[in-house]
Design a protein. Structure first.
Length: 275
């Protein structure tokens, strides 16, 4: 991945060895936001573990690209696509039904699709507030409920929702995003408490700044400054989508079988540094 907005010389992540997590082979994974960034890296990580994948995204072309990359690396992979907006509860229900029809079940929901919203609160238009909440919070609920019904019916499952470190902290000019992501963490805990008896584990992943298209867009529009962000991060770099996928693998796997209602932070130390 190119890093045009990050000055040369910033320490990059070292490639890490391929870890293997238990209990993922053959599992049916519904992966939202799989067309790009963290979602695409998650698709690759779960494919590597022999999971069967239903990719969901609003952007059909991006998903096709993810699918092509997956099949190039894993020719035997069982993978299918469904185009939907997670903000549309009817479309989400249809997508879950399609997943069940195609694969017979939904074992793991990677509830990852989301958008960014950076704007001073006095200028935030009601439609911008609604769009952020509709996608980043309500969309996460629709997917969890629709997949959760099927998991309950089949005797269990795992949900990993991508929240953000900004769901645990706060920032000027990010009101709608921080509020939605804090909501995702609350939703995660509520569902974990409610659905443990149905053998459904529910956890949240809280990435720090991670180098994806979403970040490139914000850097290009000078909404954020990559060099400044690296400087504020104790590990002195942005995260990689593969590092977020690794955390999702762990949370979804049997290695995390006693973990539910947890918000796992992967932020290079940003929150620990007090920002
Ligand atoms: N990149 C970061 O620094 C960062 C940090 C913390 C949290 N996150 C969260 O991680 C998740 C993934 O972000 P990313 O950086 O990979 O972004 P990205 O923009 O690279 O990918 C997001 C994907 O979600 C899809 N999407 C957007 N709206 C959708 C909708 N309504 N329905 C279905 N799909 C939709 C997009 O088409 C895209 O493929 C988001 O929830 C984001 O808030 C990202």
């Amino acid at each position: 991945m190119t890093t045009p907005h990050i000055p040369n010389g910033y320490p990059q992540a070292q490639p890490f060895g391929v870890a293997q997590y238990p209990g993922l082979a053959g599992k049916v994974v519904l992966n939202t936001g799989a067309g790009s960034g963290i979602g695409r890296a998650m698709a690759q990580a779960f494919a590597r573990h022999g999971a069967r994948l239903m990719l969901l995204d609003i952007d059909a072309q991006a998903m096709e690209q993810t699918k092509a990359e997956l099949l190039a690396a894993f020719p035997d992979l069982e993978v299918d696509l469904v185009q939907a907006s997670i903000a549309d509860d009817v479309a989400v229900e249809r997508a879950c039904a399609q997943t069940q029809q195609r694969f017979g079940r939904i074992d793991i929901l990677l509830n990852n699709a989301g958008i960014s919203m950076n704007k001073p609160s006095l200028e935030l238009k009601p439609e911008e507030w609604r769009r952020t909440i509709d996608i980043d919070l309500s969309g996460v609920f629709y997917c969890a409920q629709s997949a959760g019904r099927r998991m309950a019916g089949q005797g269990g499952g795992v949900i990993v929702s991508t929240a953000s470190m900004w769901g645990l902290s706060s920032s000027a000019n990010r009101l709608a995003y921080c509020t939605a992501k804090a909501g995702v963490i609350s939703l995660t805990k509520c569902l974990a408490a409610e659905w443990a008896s149905k053998r459904i584990r529910v956890n949240a992943l809280c990435p720090g700044y991670t180098h994806t298209a979403l970040m490139d867009d914000l850097m290009e529009r000078n909404v954020i400054n990559g060099a400044e962000l690296c400087g504020k991060t104790p590990l002195n770099r942005l995260g990689k989508p593969e590092e977020m996928a690794e955390a999702a693998l762990y949370l979804a796997s049997d290695a995390a079988s006693f973990i539910t209602g947890h918000a796992l932070v992967s932020d290079g130390g940003w929150l620990a540094n007090g920002y």
